[in-house]
Design a protein around this ligand. Structure first.
Ligand SMILES: C[S@@+](CC[C@H](N)C(=O)[O-])C[C@H]1O[C@@H](n2cnc3c(N)ncnc32)[C@H](O)[C@@H]1O
Length: 187
């Protein structure tokens, strides 16, 4: 069973899955992914921080894929008064609807086995000039190296200041800057 606290979600081994210090960076991801409005695909609900910001934008639909039973229940509860939300239970890898294209896609999962398939998959799901952004733990050089080899998109990066808890109170991020990647489908 996960532990749901006001400021974080912990797994069975007390490892942080999501923490509220990420609110500022999730707001930036939401801003980027909704730049074209339209139909948004969000992968990984977590604390719903990014989802709340996406909801504040002028969008058409907001599809959210979530794998975990308890978090999916939170998603269903949260979505009750949000008619444009399409909740999907499952692994994004085999759960993305096949009949739809998106104006924006945001990926933020945890313990992901299939991330190396993500970019090949999403490029087939984008409308013209569609935008992809994702939780990014890389520094600028490796981010640029990994993304600039793709011919289908143009990369831009926004650097923001962040303040993750120190003294091992956040085990997944420790830098004081964070890079938001924005990939624009160039077709
Ligand atoms: C770091 S949290 C997402 C945080 C979210 N962006 C927010 O603002 O609160 C990661 C989420 O991805 C979900 N997840 C992990 N692997 C997944 C997968 N393969 N498919 C769909 N969801 C997944 C986890 O259960 C968790 O809810």
């Amino acid at each position: 069973m996960y532990t749901f606290l006001k400021d974080k979600i912990l797994d069975e081994e007390n490892r942080e899955i999501m923490m509220d210090w990420e609110t500022g960076l999730m707001q930036e991801h939401a801003k980027v992914v909704t730049e074209n409005g339209g139909d948004i695909l969000e992968i990984g609900f977590g604390m719903g921080i990014c989802a709340n910001f996406i909801q504040q934008a002028n969008i058409n639909t907001h599809t959210i894929i979530e794998i975990h039973d308890e978090i999916f229940k939170h998603l269903l509860e949260w979505a009750k008064d949000k008619p444009n939300v399409i909740p999907i239970k499952g692994d994004w890898f085999d759960s993305i609807p096949k009949n739809k294209k998106y104006d924006g896609i945001m990926h933020d999962t945890w313990q992901e086995k299939n991330f190396h398939h993500f970019f090949a998959k999403v490029q087939t799901l984008l409308k013209s000039k569609g935008i992809v952004t994702y939780y990014n733990a890389e520094v600028k050089e490796s981010l640029e190296f990994n993304i600039n080899k793709f011919k289908w998109c143009d990369l831009s990066i926004k650097e923001i200041k962040v303040n993750p808890p120190k003294n091992m109170n956040c085990q997944y991020y420790y830098r004081d800057t964070y890079l938001i990647p924005k990939l624009v489908y160039n077709y």
